[in-house]
Design a protein around this ligand. Structure first.
Ligand SMILES: CC(C)(COP(=O)(O)OP(=O)(O)OC[C@H]1O[C@@H](n2cnc3c(N)ncnc32)[C@H](O)[C@@H]1OP(=O)(O)O)[C@@H](O)C(=O)NCCC(=O)NCCS
Length: 146
């Protein structure tokens, strides 16, 4: 069964919300209903710098990526920050996560972005997948909640 990666459409809302709930559970976090609704709406808004992509397999949405395009001070072309990546647990190990990252690379090359980057926890087993694309660099993150 093949996998197709495409932009989020309004009809994805129910399936995306299920996947999003799984993603939030993975991170042991709770995102408020207001923020969840806003995130879905912003993925659909062509004026928002948020890019939502869905992986579909056999007519079912089985994974997603959400990215933010932003300016940079060292480059002219937009930079893409991959913020969220998730594949339904029963569909893992089938190359869907890899297809979601490859989809962003293809989009970025076509649109002329300068970079794609993402963060993850040092002990996230998903780094097996990430290391297929590029080695991690030696930057660390400082985060202050305001
Ligand atoms: C990370 C995630 C998106 C990977 O999705 P996936 O569809 O299973 O990934 P793929 O099948 O494309 O994996 C490609 C390769 O990486 C390996 N890999 C991917 N995720 C892995 C994991 N969690 N542990 C071990 N290996 C993993 C696969 O075995 C595969 O190797 P292979 O090509 O030798 O068979 C998925 O595991 C997930 O949703 N995890 C929970 C949420 C998460 O961690 N998101 C990322 C936050 S930064």
């Amino acid at each position: 069964m093949g996998v197709q990666v495409r932009g989020v459409v309004p009809e994805d809302e129910a399936a995306w919300r299920d996947l999003w709930a799984g993603y939030c559970a993975f991170y042991e976090t709770q995102v408020s209903p207001t923020v969840t609704a806003r995130t879905f709406a912003r993925m659909l808004d062509p004026a928002a710098p948020m890019i939502g992509r869905v992986a579909e397999r056999g007519g079912r949405a089985v994974g997603f990526s959400i990215s933010i395009l932003h300016d940079g001070t060292w480059v002219e072309a937009p930079i893409c920050y991959l913020e969220d990546l998730f594949v339904a647990p029963d569909c893992r190990g089938l190359g869907i996560g890899r297809a979601l990252v490859e989809d962003l690379l293809a989009l970025g090359r076509a649109a002329g972005w300068s970079r794609l980057y993402w963060h993850t926890r040092t002990d996230n087993p998903a780094r097996v997948l990430y290391d297929l694309f590029t080695p991690a660099d030696d930057f660390v993150r400082y985060l202050i909640r305001l």
